[in-house]
Design a protein around this ligand. Sequence first.
Ligand SMILES: NC(=O)c1ccc[n+]([C@@H]2O[C@H](COP(=O)([O-])OP(=O)(O)OC[C@H]3O[C@@H](n4cnc5c(N)ncnc54)[C@H](OP(=O)(O)O)[C@@H]3O)[C@@H](O)[C@H]2O)c1
Length: 210
Amino acid sequence: MKIGIIGSGNIGGTLGKHWAKAGHEVLFSSRHPNELGNIVRDSDGNAKAVSVAEAFEANADVYLLAIPFKDIDETAELYAGEYGGKVIIDATNPYPERDGEMAQEVRDDNRNASEYTAMKFSTALTAKAFNTIHANDLKKRAFDTQNPIAIPFAAQDDKSRKATETLISDIGFVPIYVGDLGATNAMEVDEKVYGVSTDQQELRSMLNIS
Ligand SMILES: NC(=O)c1ccc[n+]([C@@H]2O[C@H](COP(=O)([O-])OP(=O)(O)OC[C@H]3O[C@@H](n4cnc5c(N)ncnc54)[C@H](OP(=O)(O)O)[C@@H]3O)[C@@H](O)[C@H]2O)c1
């Protein structure tokens, strides 16, 4: 797949490197793409650094959203013409201390943070994944064939479900589908499986998924 990484820090940079290693075409982006040279050099495969605009214009199959939560609104608005029908994997989390009042409002709202992203990127097909795993485990435990970690994910429709499932499996994690975006409660900040890195048996049991 061609994957546009929107925000190439701890999460986006690491996932992009894993996906490049797994054989995908990766476009790393941030507001300062000229600072992403190291990530591209460390990538074992087909990867390059581009601006956020170029990533959205590149007609990727999937976009990973790995930016601060406060930047969701502006990003969704700026590139509204580009992501229609595309899969967006949302790895973001709302933290009021970093993201301000809007993050607190989303936390206090009945809607999940994933539903907020889907509402903003309304023409895209949104999935939620990789928001529960610590950056360090994401880096160190990918491609672990002995004790693979399970990654919970939710998806809005079949296309986003299949693409997300594939991209989780391709880097050596076990995808655990929790349901649609209304079903991500246990994955939200400080909820049941947030920050939990464990195998599929334990994760399924924590989530009551058979
Ligand atoms: N760290 C974790 O353990 C962890 C785990 C799961 C989920 N998350 C969530 O994942 C998201 C990213 O976290 P992170 O730890 O990877 O953050 P990070 O290391 O600070 O990386 C953020 C990246 O986004 C870029 N960026 C910032 N604002 C942007 C914008 N408006 N448009 C495009 N790119 C932008 C930054 O580069 P420039 O500043 O150069 O643009 C940087 O490449 C957050 O929502 C976080 O809550 C984090």
